[in-house]
Design a binder for this molecule. Structure first.
Ligand code: HEC
Length: 253
């Protein structure tokens, strides 16, 4: 009886092993980001363009439920612009009306981003069984961070001839396993930028990755400037200590 149980468990664990060993993904492309380095800062124009890409392309499948519309003021939008932006979406009011029925109202700046699907099952059903992850923290959640996200978005390629691949999956050498359920989301001219920037796949990927990085680390600029001040303080303080030490010991021969 016990033996049968153990055999059963072993069989189960063997079946759970991946059918095809995941091929190693290619190392992400190395991008020169404005937010890298100790003086790193966000490129506001790129963040605004990236927000547009998210809104017009990615938001059809991916939510960003940790962002509130008012957070967009950080990107340089005015309160009125954020209000107008939020009001394009509908949310359920917190309280019922006088008849006790729940009702929808236009979103307010204090509301969180509306997700495209009501639940995980609905999201999977619309995406051939795959789940488009929430993008609020995706840059932090993936090894390789912004470079990786940029590489996946801009790195779709023709599948090698000898690769057997189901029609529902797409070849992307940067994605672990190299087969991804997300169809190539970006094509040249997918959005029309108001500032006249040419919307190539690389540019679209760059801008939306900037936006997703800001969403993952909105306080990055403040943290870098505090870090810089701390280092500066420590340098000055060390100098002072050396001067004091020299002075105190100068009388001792
Ligand atoms: C048609 C629906 C659809 C659209 C539009 C779409 N995605 Fe996806 N995305 C998916 C699905 C489905 C997955 C899950 C893929 C998988 O697990 O194989 C995914 C996965 C991802 C991942 C995770 C990759 C990983 O490492 O797990 C990122 C990042 C991503 N999408 C970003 C974007 C961005 C940015 C856009 C807009 C430019 C976008 N997606 C547009 C459906 C979509």
């Amino acid at each position: 009886m016990k033996k049968a149980l153990i055999l059963g468990l072993v069989a189960c664990s063997l079946m759970a092993a991946p059918v095809q060993a995941a091929e190693d993904a290619e190392a992400p492309k190395s991008v020169d980001w404005s937010f890298d380095g100790i003086f790193g800062h966000y490129d506001r124009a790129s963040l605004q363009r990236g927000m547009q890409v998210y809104k017009e392309v990615c938001a059809a499948c991916h939510g960003m439920r940790l962002l509130a519309y008012r957070n967009l003021m950080d990107l340089g939008y005015s309160e009125a612009q954020v209000k107008a932006f939020a009001s394009q979406y509908e949310v359920q009011n917190e309280d019922p009306n006088d008849e006790g029925e729940m009702f929808n109202r236009p979103a307010l700046p204090s509301d969180r981003f509306v997700s495209p699907f009501p639940n995980e099952q609905a999201a999977r059903a619309s995406n051939g069984g795959a789940l488009p992850p929430d993008l609020s923290l995706i840059v932090k959640a993936r090894a390789g961070g912004a470079d990786y996200i940029y590489s996946v978005l801009s790195g779709y390629a023709e599948a090698p001839k000898d690769l057997k691949k189901p029609d529902t999956l797409h070849y992307n050498p940067y994605f672990p396993g190299q087969l991804i359920a997300m169809p190539p989301p970006l094509t040249e001219g997918a959005v029309e930028y108001a500032d006249g920037t040419k919307a190539t796949v690389d540019q679209l990927s760059y801008d939306v990755t900037n936006f997703l990085t800001w969403a993952s680390s909105p306080k990055l600029e403040a943290q870098k400037s505090t870090g810089f001040k701390v280092v500066l303080f420590l340098l000055v303080f060390t100098g002072l200590l050396i001067a004091v030490k020299k002075k105190v010991w100068s009388a001792v021969h």
